[in-house]
Ligand binder design. Sequence first.
Ligand code: ZN
Length: 251
Amino acid sequence: MSTIAQLEQQLRELGVREGGVLVVHTSFKAVAPVEGGPLGLIAALERALGPDGTLVMPTMTDGASVFDPRSTPTVDMGITAETFWRQPGVLRSPHPGGSFAARGPHAAQVCAPQVLSPPHGVDSPVGRVHALGGQVLLLGVGHSEDTTLHLAEAIAGVPYSIAYPTVVAEGRTELVAETDHCCRNFRQADGWLRAKHLQREGRVGNADARLCSSADVVREAVSRLAADPLVFLCAPSAQCEECDAARASVP
Ligand SMILES: [Zn+2]
């Protein structure tokens, strides 16, 4: 069982910056067991960030029904994020599919209204974390879960895009265009960042943890995308349905 104090120490040693803006993607099962459960992990993250820090987590939904940031449960975001957005003082952004939650001095800025498409572009929560000089923490998950790589795709102007009907209000559906694919090839970011010593790795609880700056993730990915705009898509021979659909969307 990891105590909150032990987790806080591990997060500090990993390099979580006090007073910074931190976007966290988590598999709680990988970190567990933790004193206090998901709330204990949230407490450890906020203690490592200190009172001037801002904690950010994805709270995405499926867009199949009207989104209410005060009541719509997350879909596949894990118990930590699902617990986090329900806490007092936590703000949640209003995007009908790609919402994030945040608490701390920059929460209102991170969670401000945004454009509908793309959900994770420059004008989005991860775009604002990047603009604020923030960090990305992956706890028990890899870069395949790293939404900041979608920001890199938006900045690089990748040629693929899939439009999903998304409920934006009662009886009203609009198309949200995303740079969607299976995201398995986002894992290449490990190699790119490790080669330049831009990724800190260690253990937090029982989980493998990765920490990098949002700026480094975006810069390295944008440079690879400039050389090969389809670098994140599985090869046609892999017969990956999602990546084949992304490939077919290229004009
Ligand atoms: Zn794929």
